[in-house]
Design a protein around this ligand. Structure first.
Ligand code: HEM
Length: 353
């Protein structure tokens, strides 16, 4: 969460949940309390509103209250960020740069200048830029923090089950310059070149295999077919306006592309070791769908993977610690859209190396 909000609002206007435990607990309890009640608002919004007018609440009223509190929290972050951006004199600390908010403001300014009244966004985003930005920001918050958290959980779990692999990974991580070991004389406060981190093969393979077998969004991703009709795989003449969907969970278990699909095997992604042909490699990459594809695919995939959020966290932890499972009861993923462990927890012991 701190990573995502720093990217959106800049470090000083983002969350500091790492240090502020009470705020962290409050935020996450609100967030998780409403998670099982997304169906009605999402799938039947008009019916849900209509029933509400009649005094019938398809979702408990506290779900709305939790949503309002989370929205108000996000709006406060947006307002603080806007105030910082409007201050005279640029903040010289690059970590305070609100990358996503700046991009939103720039996009809105461009749309206003080039299309103005003609823009399809005229009656919404261009007329209510602050609310539109806040709405977009809470979408990014939700989309970004939970998916990454789930992925980090399953990476740590898989690594904790294989201490030899942890040692191999650590050896690879220590080749970075500067590396992230707190004990190393080359370790400084500065971070290694992101390209170097991104090019570490074992780190990359471990993350890819975890995203394959434990996709944080394994559930159905809906799309509506275009008019007049279309063909999807073997299905011809599907009329326009039909809702179709596929799931990462099933796509990632195609045994022709991923042999023994239920097995977590990071070497599938190590081209020097897996013996795949060029065609097999291409199919392996084509069927990888953790971030979806097309016009609605994840906009944060580069930030999560190559923008280094996940790679940095794993590198920082495994350069310095060996992790051991203390309690992984309920680690299995349940059914749903964004899905983590059934128990919503994984308890590890950290051993300093
Ligand atoms: C491991 C991390 C992540 C995974 C596995 C993931 C996966 C996904 C998936 C499967 C979708 C659905 C796309 C669709 O409907 O086809 C999505 C959407 C989205 N993701 Fe991510 N995501 C991750 C991290 C992030 C991060 C870090 C951000 C923000 C910085 C982010 C922002 C978004 C947004 C805004 C959408 C909605 C896009 C739209 O509807 O146009 N995601 N993500």
């Amino acid at each position: 969460m701190d990573f995502i909000t720093a990217y959106q609002f800049g470090l000083k206007n983002g969350s500091n949940f790492l240090q502020n435990e009470s705020e962290r607990r409050r935020w996450f309890s609100l967030y998780h309390s409403r998670k099982t009640y997304t169906f009605f608002n999402q799938e039947l919004p008009r019916l849900t509103k209509f029933f509400k007018l009649l005094g019938i609440h398809l979702c408990p009223t506290w779900v709305d209250e939790a949503n309002r509190e989370l929205e108000a929290w996000c709006k406060e972050c947006c307002d603080a960020t806007t105030a910082s951006m409007n201050q005279t004199g640029k903040d010289s600390d690059v970590s305070n740069q609100p990358v996503v908010m700046e991009a939103m403001f720039a996009g809105i300014a461009k749309e206003t200048k080039t299309k103005g009244d003609e823009s399809v966004l005229h009656s919404t985003t261009l007329q209510y830029p602050e609310l539109s930005i806040a709405s977009e920001m809470i979408d990014h918050l939700a989309a970004g923090h939970e998916t990454s958290g789930i992925t980090l959980t399953y990476i740590s779990w898989n690594l904790s089950r294989d201490l030899a692999l942890q040692d191999k990974l650590r050896k690879e991580l220590l080749t970075l310059c500067p590396n992230m070991s707190l004990a190393s004389p080359t370790s400084t406060k500065s971070i290694c070149n992101p390209k170097d981190l991104d090019s570490l093969p074992i780190l990359h393979a471990v993350i890819m295999e975890t995203l394959r077998l434990h996709a944080a969004i394994p559930g159905s991703l809906p799309r509506v077919t275009p008019y007049p009709s279309c063909t999807l795989g073997p299905y011809e003449n599907i009329p326009g306006g039909v809702r179709v969907q596929a799931q990462g969970h099933s796509v990632h278990r195609n045994a022709e592309v991923y042999p023994e699909p239920e097995k977590w095997d990071y070497t599938r992604w190590l081209d020097d070791e897996n013996g795949y042909t060029e065609d097999q490699r291409r199919e392996r990459d084509r069927w990888f769908w953790a971030f979806s594809s097309g016009g609605r695919m994840c906009v944060g995939s580069n930030f999560a993977m190559h923008g280094l959020e996940i790679k940095l966290v794993i590198a920082a932890v495994y350069s310095n610690f060996r992790t051991h499972i203390v309690n992984d009861d309920g680690i299995e993923q349940t059914d749903g859209y964004t899905v983590g462990p059934a128990s919503n927890q994984l308890i590890l012991r950290f051993e300093k190396v």
